[in-house]
Design a binder for this molecule. Structure first.
Ligand SMILES: Nc1ncnc2c1ncn2[C@@H]1O[C@H](COP(=O)(O)OP(=O)(O)OP(=O)(O)O)[C@@H](O)[C@H]1O
Length: 958
């Protein structure tokens, strides 16, 4: 590079760091010079012989700005002692002069035409990368599936349906109540992911039972790349004492904390309440006990948070575990205005039956009686229902028209009734694909030590707890269940076994028994251990090679944890609560379980243990099948069950009567649930067709994804090294000569990554690169926010551009500056408008596309380009002005289309909500109002959309 001619007071700009703004030469010494970049408060020293700097020189016609802020259009330029002075009209009124050192250092210098005229040109490949990036951003912002495809998850229809439904709402308030192990955590995270990526939420608080904290933390990071801060008392104190923030909950955007932190300490709760969250997620929400007169502290805490937070997601697999009252209470947290009276709620629940019946007839393609038709007319309104019913019942209509009417009526019914919008509940029966569950029963004789124990018959369920502690004659030395367990472990030597019992004492004793009697190492998991110890125990158990064969848990192990890598579950005792039994089994019987689930239950013959086991198995069929009705039946039959515990010695025949009654009730309740409210709820929790389409679209996106090619181009341009690692994976690391100091989310040691979903699911230690991965999103921003690639010039051999002539390719962006949460991009994403003008001012946009003829483009030395550009500056400016006019015309049509699309969407949505509101009290008036406000605001912002020149490419015929 030739030596550049520098002099103090001159204005230069850094080729590699445009963001520094204008720099003034402040000193020269030997072979170095110093520049001061006042805009960025930076001083840089360069070697004079290879400084990456370009001289800033303006010409007549250019607009410049002084340090004081006044503007001037240059009329002439003079030079003295290597410094230039500009002359023109100050603010277009009085004559003025401005020395180059007095230019405003903040003057934007990454505008493409300014760079073109200043000779600050990038390589052609940069321009191409920019153009592709603009096109990708446009596609991504318009997508309706944001947040759903980027997580490391299988694309499961029932989850995607819910996440798509709720994730797109502004401030979703829903109860996620899928049966155990169907993926509520994943659903909640998908909703959260969508809310965060679309800007609908920025601050999120997740509250979970303490034992599940780490599992959540890991799932959020590993599957969703969401880095939450784990809050406990220690962390709060650390933030307070560091002075970072008075309220620790204000110090972070994404916070995960245990429920106990909030209920144990009023100060922490008040701080969390003042956290200004956009969304609150509460896991295992059935813990929030509520009675009309006496709500629990946990309930009250969450109630306070839910009042302050626009979006609320409550998760529970067993919404009715604490009875209907509890269910009502959770819905009340979501919408206190709607659910103000338990009594009214219960009455409404009973009224859904006829509507559910009609929906079932429609879904099952069965004829509608005149009573059913009347009901549809009454519930949906004449206007809507009458034409559809006519279409359905007209025998002359083609079957596909009848089918369409049937589907539409079903959709209307599902839309407008029940807890549809406020609650989702998928069941195993509908989701399907789960492995079978098999029960193995092991009758054992009741040992004498337990025979004479006085106490309540229910205490026989865990008789070991009644024995006084006595060293040397502990229960586990004599209890036949322990011998049985040792044998089982020997039988399944190669397998992992999860054991759950009701109490921590039993768990601890069992661990001791296995160790002392057989030298078997067992991991322990109970409430007396610290969370970190529990996590360690779970990890030891999970370790395939070095891990222990058995994990012994007290009841807390039965909630929320993922142990589906094992398929043997020992129910050392049985809980007296069907939902709890399902929770226990759900540790293994959950998504991801590949083998048949083996349930092992030892019991003492002729005792309450046998009664309970038979009641569950022969009465409720609760072992091999999820029992939805169990809780309700227990409420009715509890006294009879307890009586059977008492009578098992004296009157074994009474048990048969109880079993018969239970079976009958089970059938009845199951039938009612299938037909009634819950059935409607199930149908609405995953509409098969829409869910299937979502899976199809996302799978299509995965396979058609051009991400790998795009990222390769990006890596090459930025100097990031990438090389294949193994099939479907690559290693990415910072290169020796990177263009930026840091490439986003690329640590010094590099990463291994894959673009393939299946590979990502089996290799959780690798990054899953999708269009939603933070590395990709931040790299897109980096390309677009820097001016890189927005001005280039190339020599071209092209029939339409004879040697010596030129053409200008202009990339404009039509953009709607609007707050992120309005999601204007759904209608008008930043839209790329490409215009190509030749030297004779002809629009050649449709004839010439350089991107398809990259080989014909040749790079030209900067000095050559500048020699060509300088005398043609006026002409180039005219070409740009013409391009702007053409782009404006194109933009008008695009904008009209976007506004029309937006109106149609909102009109549909509004009329749907208005109609829903009339008949479904679960739809809030605020939902309808909100929709109207959003539409008005969107319209305002769309109207103020503008076209901006993003990049230029000068093509010079050679
Ligand atoms: N789409 C998915 N892709 C991959 N794994 C999944 C998916 N959905 C769920 N899983 C896995 O299945 C298991 C159950 O999911 P999750 O914990 O979300 O269920 P849950 O309904 O919250 O369970 P519980 O009722 O026990 O709280 C977890 O190990 C989870 O990682």
């Amino acid at each position: 590079m030739p030596d550049l001619q520098f002099a103090p007071g001159q204005c230069w700009i850094s080729d590699t760091e445009l963001e520094l703004g204008l720099g003034i030469v402040t000193g020269m010494s030997g072979r170095t010079l110093t520049l001061q970049f006042s805009a960025s408060d930076t001083i840089r020293t360069y070697a004079t012989d290879n400084a990456p700097l370009t001289r800033v020189l303006f010409q007549a016609g250019d607009k410049i700005e002084s340090r004081q802020g006044w503007k001037m259009t240059i009329q002439s330029v003079t030079e003295s002692d290597a410094l230039v002075t500009y002359h023109g009209l100050r603010d277009n009124t009085s004559p003025a002069s401005l020395q180059e050192a007095a230019l405003n250092p903040f003057m934007p210098f990454n505008r493409p035409q300014a760079r073109l005229f200043a000779g600050l040109l990038d390589k052609n490949e940069w321009y191409e990368l920019r153009r592709e990036t603009l096109a990708h951003r446009q596609r991504l912002e318009k997508s309706d599936l944001i947040g759903l495809g980027g997580a490391r998850t299988e694309l499961l229809p029932h989850q995607l349906y819910i996440a798509h439904e709720a994730g797109r709402r502004l401030a979703p308030r829903v109860l996620l109540a899928d049966e155990v192990g169907l993926g509520k955590t994943i659903e909640a995270c998908l909703i959260l992911h969508t809310q965060l990526l679309t800007g609908r939420a920025q601050r999120a608080l997740i509250v979970v039972p303490n034992p599940l904290l780490h599992q959540w933390l890991v799932e959020l990071l590993r599957r969703f790349n969401l880095s939450f801060s784990l809050f406990d008392e220690e962390r709060c104190q650390a933030i307070e004492s560091s002075g970072q923030s008075e309220n620790p909950f204000q110090a972070e955007q994404l916070v995960l904390c245990g429920l106990n932190l909030l209920i144990d300490d009023e100060k922490r709760l008040a701080q969390a309440e003042a956290g200004e969250w956009d969304i609150l997620i509460v896991d295992e929400a059935h813990h929030l006990e509520w009675h009309e007169e006496n709500p629990s502290p946990a309930y009250l805490a969450v109630e306070r948070l839910a009042k302050q937070t626009p979006g609320v997601l409550l998760l529970t697999a067993t919404p009715e575990q604490l009875g209907r009252e509890g269910h009502f209470a959770r819905l009340r947290l979501l919408d206190p205005d709607r659910f103000h009276s338990l009594n009214q709620f219960q009455q409404e629940q009973a009224q859904y039956q006829p509507i559910a019946n009609a929906a079932a007839l429609l879904i099952n393609d069965q004829p509608l009686s005149s009573t059913d038709q009347d009901l549809l007319l009454k519930t949906l309104g004449q206007e809507l229902a009458a034409p559809l019913l006519a279409q359905l019942t007209n025998a002359n209509n083609a079957t596909d028209r009848q089918h369409a009417a049937r589907t539409q009526l079903t959709n209307l019914l599902l839309d407008r009734h029940g807890t549809g919008r406020g609650m989702f509940r998928n069941t195993r029966d509908r989701v399907k694909g789960f492995t079978p569950r098999v029960l193995h029963r092991y009758p054992l004789p009741l040992p004498d030590i337990y025979r004479d124990l006085t106490g309540h018959a229910t205490e026989q369920l865990q008789p070991e707890l009644l024995l006084p502690e006595a060293k040397g004659s502990e229960w586990w030395r004599i209890d036949p269940r322990v011998d049985w367990l040792i044998n089982l472990l020997k039988q399944y030597r190669q397998e992992k076994i999860l054991l759950i019992c009701a109490h921590a004492t039993t768990a601890k004793d069992l661990e001791q028994a296995l160790r002392m009697r057989e030298g078997i190492s067992a991991a322990l998991f109970h409430e007396g251990m610290r969370i970190i110890e529990r996590d360690r125990a779970a990890a030891w158990f999970a370790d395939r090679d070095q891990g222990c064969p058995i994990l012994i848990c007290s009841e807390i192990g039965s909630e929320g944890r993922n142990f589906q890598f094992a398929h043997h579950l020992v129910l050392f005792d049985l809980p007296e609560n069907p939902d709890l039994l399902e929770q226990r089994i759900g540790r293994l019987d959950r998504i991801g379980q590949k083998a048949q689930v083996e349930l092992h239950t030892p019991y003492f013959e002729g005792t309450a243990q046998e009664v309970l086991l038979r009641w569950y198995h022969e009465g409720l069929n609760a072992f091999v099948h999820t029992c939805q009705s169990g809780q309700q039946i227990l409420e009715q039959l509890k006294p009879a069950l307890h009586q059977a515990f008492e009578d098992c010695y004296s009157d074994p025949a009474s048990l048969n009567l109880l079993l018969t009654t239970t079976r009958q009730l089970h059938e009845q309740v199951t039938r009612a649930l299938k037909q009634g409210r819950d059935h409607l709820l199930e149908l609405n929790s995953c509409r098969k067709q829409e869910a299937g389409e979502l899976v199809q679209q996302l799978t299509g996106n995965d396979t058609a994804s051009s991400l790998a090619d795009y990222m390769e181009q990006l890596f090459n341009t930025f100097g990031v090294e990438s090389e294949p690692h193994s099939k479907d994976s690559l290693v990415i690391r910072p290169g020796q000569h990177m263009l930026t100091e840091h490439f986003p989310h690329l640590p010094d040691e590099g990463i291994t990554a894959t673009f393939d979903r299946l590979t990502a699911l089996t290799h959780e230690e690798w990054q899953f690169l999708s269009w939603e991965h933070p590395m990709v999103l931040d790299a897109i921003d980096m390309v677009l926010e820097s001016g890189h690639g927005n001005a280039t010039a190339a020599g071209i051999r092209h029939g339409a551009i004879p040697p010596g002539s030129m053409a200008l390719e202009l990339l404009f962006i039509l953009e709607c500056p609007a707050p992120k949460l309005l999601q204007a991009g759904r209608f008008l994403p930043p839209t790329l408008l490409r215009i190509l003008i030749d030297q004779h001012l002809n629009d050649r946009s449709d004839d010439i596309d350089f991107s398809t003829q990259r080989a014909a483009l040749n790079s030209l030395p900067k000095t050559v380009v500048q020699k060509i550009v300088t005398p043609l500056r006026q002409r180039i400016q005219t070409m740009i002005t013409l391009g702007e006019q053409l782009a404006d015309e194109q933009a008008r049509a695009t904008l009209q289309e976007a506004i029309k699309h937006m109106h149609t969407r909102y009109a549909e949505e509004q009329s749907r909500l208005e109609a829903l509101r009339k008949i479904n009290p679960y739809v809030r008036q605020s939902d309808v109002d909100q929709l109207q406000n959003i539409e008005a605001s969107l319209r305002r912002h769309l109207d103020s959309s503008r076209v901006r020149l993003d990049s230029v490419r000068l093509a010079i015929g050679i």
